[in-house]
Design a protein around this ligand. Structure first.
Ligand code: KG4
Ligand code: ZN
Length: 349
């Protein structure tokens, strides 16, 4: 089965073509980003993101379809015609992120997918972006490496959640952040240190230049007996520290180390607690923060169950994970019933 997947929940316009045989493989994966626009504003302005997506969506779909057949871009008219033929002849279904996310951005992807589904008579599969972060782990991996029940940890710029999965469709939400998400806390610390947005990769790079730091920040609610997180206090702690110190490059690296450590320590502690409590057989991590190698190394070394992370290019937002989720859980819906839902969360809890 071959699927066209579309992801436009935040600032990126992603389109991928995937195939499911014995494993799920990505045949093409194209992403256009408006990051340069957001780097200038130090964060995402929703209307700017959606305006860029309206411009990018068709060219990105066309490019992904052409690439899926090993074809290069030529001229606009030919590319449009060829890609339409590929979609008609070679693609079995269309998957699209229906939420959560920014309403303007989601609408671009959802309305485009609905139009393609209707005009070419292809099944339409709406996908929850958060669950897709977890199912990115199925890409290029034998399905039997995912041992159920597993604990799913979603750590992105907008969400931090722990879930228990008994099967791909039977899951329970255990807890999540009460305020800022893990990635959001990292980005806010980055902004205080005048790092480029999003700050995760640079915070990791700077933290990696040292092996310890005299600067220490608290891991919020690490000792509470629940599966919740809270990261807004960390931002305040970093802000107070930055305001009273003279920030040299060396101290910046120490602050990055301490921020990363404060976030990672609580993520690991609560994930392992969930594994023990529910006798989980594996851990699947997803979301932009899961690209962090220190989190990968430390979580893996602190538990005896297998810990799965997506390949790094599928950790941050991408369309391939949307296709992977739809290939594992193909839940077709009539195009008339598919709507963009910015508040979509976990229905099966
Ligand atoms: O999943 P994602 O691409 O978008 C959302 O759905 O939010 O996650 C983006 C977040 C940002 O906060 C970014 O700073 C963080 O992931 N991030 C990282 C790393 N790479 C991206 N955080 C820590 N270490 C990284 N290497
Ligand atoms: Zn995401």
């Amino acid at each position: 089965m071959k699927i066209l997947a579309i992801e436009t929940s935040c600032d990126e316009t992603g389109v991928a073509v995937l195939e499911k045989d014995t494993t799920i493989s990505v045949i093409s994966n194209v992403t256009a980003t408006s990051l340069a626009i957001h780097a200038k504003t130090g964060g995402i302005i929703p209307e700017n993101a959606a305006r860029a997506q309206v411009e990018y969506i068709l060219p990105v779909i066309i490019e992904a379809l052409l690439k899926s057949e090993g074809l290069e871009l030529t001229d606009k008219k030919t590319d449009f015609k060829t890609s339409r033929e590929i979609l008609k002849e070679k693609i079995d279904a269309i998957a699209v992120t229906s939420g959560p996310g920014l309403i303007g951005s989601l609408l671009v992807g959802v309305e485009t997918a609905k139009t393609l589904s209707y005009t070419l008579n292809k099944p339409l599969l709406p996908v929850n972006h958060l669950l897709a972060h977890i199912f990115a782990n199925y890409i290029n991996r034998k399905a039997d490496e995912v041992l159920y029940p597993f604990i799913g940890l979603i750590v992105s710029g907008g969400h931090t959640d722990l879930l228990l999965f008994n099967s791909p469709t039977d899951y329970k939400w255990l807890g999540g952040t009460r305020d800022d998400a893990a990635g959001e806390a990292i980005d806010k610390a980055g902004r205080l240190l005048e790092l480029s947005y999003p700050a995760g990769p640079e915070i990791e790079k700077r933290a990696n230049t040292i092996s310890n730091s005299s600067v220490k920040f608290h891991s919020p609610i690490i000792n509470e007996d629940n599966f919740d997180f809270s990261f807004s206090g960390l931002k305040t702690e970093v802000m107070r520290f930055v305001q009273k110190e003279t920030i040299t490059e060396g101290l910046k690296n120490e602050i990055c180390f301490a921020t990363q450590k404060a976030v990672i320590d609580v993520l690991i502690k609560k994930t392992i607690k969930a594994v023990e409590q529910f006798n989980a057989q594996s851990i699947l991590v997803g979301g932009g923060v899961s690209a962090n190698q220190t989190l990968r190394n430390q979580l893996t070394s602190k538990t005896t169950v297998p810990v799965l992370f997506p390949e790094k290019e599928y950790s941050t937002d991408n369309a391939a994970m949307i296709g992977a989720y739809a290939l594992i859980n193909p839940e077709e819906k009539k195009w008339q019933e598919v709507t963009a839902n910015p508040e979509l969360y976990f229905s099966n809890t």
